[in-house]
Design a protein around this ligand. Sequence first.
Ligand code: FAD
Ligand code: UDP
Length: 390
Amino acid sequence: MTDPDLVIVGAGLFGLTVAQQASEKLNAKVQIIDIRDHIGGNAYSYFDEETGIEIHKYGAHLFHTSNERVWEYVNRFTSFTDYVHRVYTTHNGEVFPLPINLGTINQFFHSAYSPSEAKALIEQQAGEYADVEPKNLNDQGIKLIGKPLYEAFIKNYTGKQWQTDPSELPASIIRRLPVRFNYNNHYFKDTHEGLPADGYTAWFERMIDDPNITVTLDTDFFDDSQSLSKNSLRGNVPIVYTGAIDRYFGYELGELKWRTVDFKKRYYKEVDHLGCPVMNYADPDIPYTRSIEFKNFNPERAEVAKQNKTIVWDEYSHFAHQGDEPYYPVNTEADRTMFAQYAAMEKKEPDVIFGGRLGSYAYFDMHQTINSALIAFEKQVEPLLNRQNR
Ligand code: FAD
Ligand code: UDP
């Protein structure tokens, strides 16, 4: 593409949403680059050639939102299946339903508590944490479900997942999970939920099926040997940057910490190996946090579902080192301070808009990423492009 009006670094959901809006609303010519060989960022999926099973390459992605604007927006590009996410967890050789609900509580205590009896029990088991404002994941977890359940289902799982003392992790991580005093075991509490009917990548391709938008893959913004690099573009064209913020500033203040996930892949000649899409493992003797059986996300794909073949991935979580994919921000106090300092440096870059999970050093679900991209387009990208054209 000659002389784009806007360059977007990263073909993830943030970049794709901004590109789609810039073309539709401003008729802007948009050049997207990505270092990977595909679009979609971490939400990318492909169909396994042998089995036809849709594999979410960077870990299981389930779409859910209560944001009507986002729901309307995504439905322009894909329809959704009626999949409802349910997760089970194995503890002490027994399988329990998640998120913690009355079924989990009664199975754990071999009891038949009513909702109000269970609430009273949990409050008593929260002890001194019941009335304090929780400052971290440990305090919040105990406050929500009391000590015995916290120790059984949260403490060791969180230890495996984060390798960080729960008292150093933000309370918000655990607030993502509902706690219910009834038998509802829907994992998410959002109004809308489902999986893209033709797969994630078909959805993303439709977002940028537009002559105004060009995508160049296998291209690193920091590689000066190619023309779409930071050094050749900065100051010459507006840029939306969705890569890592510390990388943009040459790690001047140090590196922000991330957690990554390794996947061990298992193939079985079985119709159904786990009996559910996701099985968590709450105890430390199993070194992985959870197993994913991808075909069980799409029971509506009948031919694929009934065949005698299945694929299971076990997730091993650890701190990201150089070369690992950064997945979840560790977000300790020290990280948050460093991020605030990097964010202040953005002021020195008037023609660059930072966004997405890597640019914001934040965990965003897909709907939050899309929402923040729609807002960034209106509040930052559109005014910047209008200024440039004046
Ligand atoms: P990304 O998807 O990371 O895209 C950024 C892009 O920038 C990448 O493609 C990257 O290659 C590119 N890039 C980076 N640096 C450069 C460079 N130097 N040059 C060129 N390109 C570069 N959300 C849900 O709603 N439901 C889920 O179930 C869910 N599960 C998840 C599971 C895991 C393991 C992870 C990690 C995330 C999950 N998410 C889920 C969150 C979801 O992945 C994000 O909301 C979304 O992918 C964020 O989009 P993004 O564009 O901000 O970032
Ligand atoms: N969690 C846990 N036990 C579980 C499931 C979740 O302790 O069986 C905690 C864990 O700290 C995790 C957080 O709850 O990071 C949020 O859970 P979610 O399923 O949203 O995890 P993620 O999407 O981060 O894998």
